[in-house]
Design a protein around this ligand. Structure first.
Ligand code: ZN
Length: 515
């Protein structure tokens, strides 16, 4: 039992939420829900990044105020998180007064740290990235390598943070601790460190929509610095020391791989500068493609999370994105793969297992789950051994943020349980029992009890991924999903209360027929 603070990046409101945002946030939600089940004191944070020149520009184009524009986009993020059953404890916005005040406190501490100096910035600036580029990073004709639009040659007086002074400490943090996962991202950062770190400018003179520096209100804080600080302002930095101490440092900070430099170099160095501990782990997941092509709004190659939830339900979407590709790797999405996995894993393997088990309890025992009877057989032991190891195996996978592995483990138990039905042939046992075979009657009771008990354990272990369907599954087994056992009890085999009456219900995952 401990505390568990998990974060997503705060998402930039330059556009409506897309599948990348959903992917990271689903993963964070699943981690948060598992840790709550395990009895941890959990804080799950997400939110939106709303400052910067980009937002100024978009609002101006739309003829509304920056705040009005942000509110419109934020409403869509909140709607998607509701549709996807996100259980975040807080939603931080960088335009929140509380955030702004705390950011200024941090900026003051940073200015006092001795690691900030005034200097002149000259460089190529992409207003869309809100970032400066080295000349050699630009494409031909000074185009931004990301947006392929012209960068502007910019000269202005800024405040700089002496990142270069943190070279050795960051090298140690990244090379010798579990700070960055997965391994491929650690190697990438070590490469950056070997080239030597450059100081970076933490303020902007040309930007208006942001947090003014405490002593120099003509400068606003660089939007990335402002954004990174959400992880501490949201839990009380600067105004609620008790909550801040309770949750900081973060246990896991999740994000897509393109923003690890900010999170693994700038962020820990700034924390070190003001004497705060660094996060325990930064985990970067990979990129999705669709049909082998890069996702792009321009070409229309998109995966619409709103549409997927409407068609398949939140649980299926949450399941698919964590199960299909390894968390941390790049992988390809196809509609066909989604439908195949939905029908095979959910409708067929898990849904049918529940359905046929409940039906057999009704048919052979009038709906009351029998107590196991007679001697245990090897086939029983094989299933129960796998089931009783599931809880510990899930814990281990979660420590590694191996979310696909969690679902592979649960899926293996589903497959094993279906195999158990084939091997024990309860319908044959029922026939033999009818013919007066008492031994067959005992076997039938044991087999059905074991199936119900394994389904209970699966329902319990899958609830963080399927917060709607898992309680439905447990309800069909006659259990009250509201009375939750603790993790140890929930993952123990043989604790289903025999004699309980099952409650057959709707098909858990109706088969999806392709039109
Ligand atoms: Zn750009």
């Amino acid at each position: 039992m401990g505390k568990f603070f998990v974060t997503t990046p705060i998402y930039y409101v330059n556009d409506v939420p897309h599948i990348g945002h959903a992917y990271t946030t689903i993963a964070a939600d699943v981690l948060a829900r598992y840790h709550r089940l395990m009895g941890d004191d959990v804080f799950f944070l997400t939110g939106t990044d709303e400052h910067g020149q980009n937002i100024e520009r978009i609002a101006r184009e739309k003829g509304i105020s920056e705040k009005e524009y942000c509110d419109l986009i934020v409403a869509q993020f909140k709607q998607l998180w509701q549709m996807l059953d996100m259980s975040n404890d807080y939603f931080v916005r960088t335009t929140d007064e509380r955030h702004v005040v705390a950011v200024q406190k941090f900026a003051r501490a940073l200015l006092d740290s001795g690691d900030v100096y005034r200097g002149q910035y000259r460089g190529w600036y992409c207003p869309r990235c809100e970032a400066f580029f080295e000349a050699e990073e630009l494409l031909s004709e000074n185009l931004c390598p990301i947006h392929k639009r012209p960068c502007e040659w910019t000269e202005e007086d800024n405040y700089f943070f002496a990142l270069s002074r943190y070279q050795d400490r960051l090298y140690h943090l990244i090379a010798e601790t579990g700070f960055v996962r997965p391994e491929i991202r650690r190697n990438e950062l070590l490469g950056v460190l070997r080239e030597g770190l450059q100081d970076f400018s933490i303020s902007r003179e040309r930007v208006r929509w942001g947090v003014p520096l405490p002593d120099d209100p003509k400068q606003v804080l660089y939007v990335w610095v402002d954004a990174l600080l959400n992880y501490i302002t949201a839990i009380g930095y600067g105004d609620d020391q008790e909550t801040f101490r309770r949750y900081w440092p973060a246990n896991v900070q999740l994000m897509a791989k393109e923003i690890i430099r900010f999170h693994c170099l700038y962020w820990p160095a700034m924390l070190m500068a003001v004497g705060l501990p660094v996060p325990q782990m930064v985990f970067a997941h990979g990129w999705l493609t669709k049909d082998g092509q890069k996702l792009s709004k321009t070409t229309g190659n998109i995966i619409d999370p709103f549409d997927l939830v409407r068609r398949f339900g939140s649980d299926a979407v949450r399941y698919f994105f964590l199960r299909e590709g390894a968390f941390g790797a790049d992988w390809d999405y196809t509609d066909a793969a989604f439908i195949r996995r939905y029908n095979a894993d959910l409708a067929n393997d898990l849904g049918n297992l529940l359905n046929r088990t409940v039906q057999m309890v009704v048919r052979y025992f009038g709906g009351a789950v029998p107590a196991p009877a007679g001697a245990e057989e090897a086939v029983d032991r094989q299933l129960l051994d796998l089931a009783s190891g599931l809880g510990a195996a899930i814990e281990h996978a979660l420590d590694q943020v191996a979310l696909q592995e969690v679902l592979v483990l649960a899926g293996n138990l589903v497959v094993e349980a279906n195999k158990y039905v084939q091997l024990t042939t309860p319908w044959e046992l029922a026939k033999a029992r009818k013919g007066g075979d008492a031994r067959a009657g005992e076997r039938l009771a044991t087999v059905l009890y074991n199936l119900v008990d394994v389904l209970r354990l699966l329902g319990y272990c899958l609830e963080p991924v399927m917060p709607r369907k898992a309680p439905e599954l447990l309800a069909q087994l006659g259990l009250d999903p509201a009375t939750r056992p603790n993790w140890t009890q929930g993952t123990t085999v043989g604790v289903y209360p025999a004699g309980t009456t099952v409650k057959p219900g709707q098909v858990l995952f109706p088969r999806y027929e392709v039109e």
